[in-house]
Design a protein around this ligand. Structure first.
Ligand code: SF4
Ligand code: SF4
Length: 370
């Protein structure tokens, strides 16, 4: 970490163009080099840990776009998240994230109960393959969960059940909020809940990354194989018997899928069974973050929304259309910032619509907590 901070401190800002947070906010303080320099000054005790001095640490979604343009392979996203943990341990959390551990626990209980009440016939504690939709899907995308179940049924994967667990989230927000100890404890409990399944398909790109990379890093032994829902749907999509509409749709790569999880071809393969896939100018490993990562919608909501608007402006400028993505957080962010001529859909919902697969969306109470 110290080496990365020193390299960035003396870097001629080679990755500045790649950071969507600084671009959307227009703030020089939020370019990767300055954020890393500010953290370095705190590490070296050249400045004191206050809400003001630590503010740049929170101006990051962890999207890893800067790393793509770094000759040293530096990881500002991961380093800044470590800086958040250091800030929290010094009693300086982000003002929007005070009492976050208690709020996270309360939200977990509420969302786990909500999943059980909305989908009582689709839950199981064991099986060959399970489905973990993720907290944002349970909170804001239950139609996408219903569409996923209908689609899985139609492609011959009717045995896939929602994981019946006391948790709703795999824990990424705890890392982003600067609570690695609580993350480690929570990850152990999630691993226990998944133990009855050989494989689990995840609906959230950031939590898939957390399970694959951060669980082992924290010593949590996840015996269950975890994959994205797109990886489950891609090989099965050819079983969708329907009259092809061949509508063209844009695919937005979630940054955690494209740059951490290697999920790039699978959603395109699944979608291409039903539609012509169009590309954003920034796509695949060079995708641009929609603003949903790193708890930015909580800490800097206006910047996060501006990032989503920037992402969709390209589609808007070319006359509009449908944008499909494969992460429940991206779906939520893009939907709430979509202009009138842009329709945003989660991958499973888009595939259900394009293949005329019927599903009924349950009604859920609104919640703005993340
Ligand atoms: S991540 Fe790499 S390119 Fe970006 S500021 Fe740091 S050293 Fe420079
Ligand atoms: S990880 Fe993404 S948001 Fe964070 S500094 Fe790098 S480019 Fe910016």
């Amino acid at each position: 970490m110290a080496r990365q901070l020193d390299y960035c401190t003396f870097c001629p800002k080679m990755c500045r163009h790649a950071c969507p947070v600084s671009t959307a906010s227009g703030r020089e303080t939020y370019i990767p080099q300055v954020k890393m320099d500010r953290l370095n000054q705190l590490r070296l005790s050249h400045s004191t840990w206050t809400t003001e001095t630590t503010d740049p640490l929170w101006a990051c979604t962890g999207c890893r776009h800067c790393t793509m343009y770094c000759d040293h392979g530096n990881e500002p996203g991961l380093v800044l998240f470590s800086g958040r943990a250091a800030a929290v341990s010094r009693g300086v959390p982000h003002p929007a994230l005070t009492n976050y551990s208690e709020r996270f626990r309360a939200r977990e209980q509420r969302l786990a109960a909500q999943l059980q009440s909305l989908f009582p016939d689709n839950l199981a504690t064991e099986g060959e393959v399970g489905f973990w939709p993720g907290c944002d899907a349970i909170d804001k995308g239950t139609a996408d969960i219903a569409a996923s179940l209908a689609l899985l049924d139609r492609v011959g994967l009717s045995a896939v059940r929602l994981v019946d667990a006391p948790q709703a989230c795999a824990g990424y927000p705890l890392l982003a909020a600067g609570h690695p100890d609580l993350f480690r404890w929570h990850a152990g409990r999630v691993a226990q809940s998944l133990r009855g399944f050989r494989k689990v398909a995840m609906g959230c790109s950031a939590c898939l990354y957390a399970m694959r990379a951060q669980y082992p890093a924290e010593g949590v032994n996840l015996r269950t194989e975890v994959v994205s829902l797109a990886e489950l749907l891609a090989p099965a999509a050819q079983n969708l018997a329907c009259s092809l509409q061949r509508r063209s749709v844009y695919y937005h790569d979630p940054c955690y899928h494209a740059r951490y999880n290697g999920v790039i071809d699978q959603p395109r393969k699944a979608l291409s069974q039903l539609a012509q896939v169009r590309e954003f100018a920034w796509n695949k490993g060079d995708t641009e973050c929609c603003g949903g990562g790193g708890l930015l919608p909580k800490t800097m909501p206006l910047v996060a929304d501006q990032m989503a608007k920037r992402r969709l402006a390209e589609v808007q400028a070319t006359g509009g259309g449908m944008v499909v993505t494969s992460c429940s957080t991206c779906s939520f962010m893009l939907k709430r910032n979509a202009p009138p001529n842009v329709e945003v859909a989660n991958l499973a919902t888009a595939m259900a619509q394009l293949s005329e697969t019927a599903f009924t969306a349950p009604i859920t109470p609104p919640d703005d907590e993340m």
